[in-house]
Design a protein around this ligand. Structure first.
Ligand SMILES: [Zn+2]
Length: 165
């Protein structure tokens, strides 16, 4: 398992629900956590490690233990939005101001298939929304104005070509 970067088509994959809650799912989540920790991340989605199942890991601010969310669905989000600088492990060193709802409710299953509902705000809400976007093949740069996105993706693609030599 390794981290996928912008340019890898798997980052645009739409993920499918997890139906089997078995030991291999737990192992997979543990491997994801390892990748996230090695890269100093606070969240990671399955597409970022080349998988297309609806699995995300988030590290709630100030908490040592990650939250594994299987088949997460946002059930409500606030009208009020906040703009904050955001990054993504698949875009090393890049940070952009992104507007997102300040409060959300999310339903998800844990690794045993038990269902939970969580109300989140602030940074935790932002991390969850960012990771859930990944499950639909959506990236944080998709939230930028179209022209900013065009300029940015052109720069990123040039860099990819340049780095390949
Ligand atoms: Zn990301």
């Amino acid at each position: 398992m390794y981290l996928r970067y912008f340019g890898d088509s798997v980052l645009r994959a739409k993920c499918l629900d997890v139906e089997c809650f078995d030991k291999s799912l737990t192992k997979f989540a543990e491997s994801m956590f390892k990748v996230m920790r090695e890269n100093d991340g606070v969240g990671l989605a399955s597409t970022q490690v080349g998988n297309n199942r609806r699995i995300v890991i988030v590290l709630p601010p100030g908490k040592p233990k990650p939250l594994v969310m299987i088949n997460p669905v946002v059930t409500s989000k606030s009208e009020s939005r906040v703009v904050y600088e955001e990054g993504c492990l698949s875009f090393p060193g890049m940070y952009k101001d992104i507007a997102r709802p300040s409060e959300i409710s999310v339903q998800y299953s844990d690794l045993n298939g038990q269902k939970f509902e969580l109300d989140a705000e602030g940074m935790l809400a932002r991390i969850i929304l960012h990771e859930l976007d990944h499950l639909d093949g959506k990236l944080f740069i998709d939230h930028l104005h179209w022209w900013a996105r065009v300029v940015l993706t052109t720069q990123l693609r040039m860099k990819l070509i340049f780095n390949r030599g």
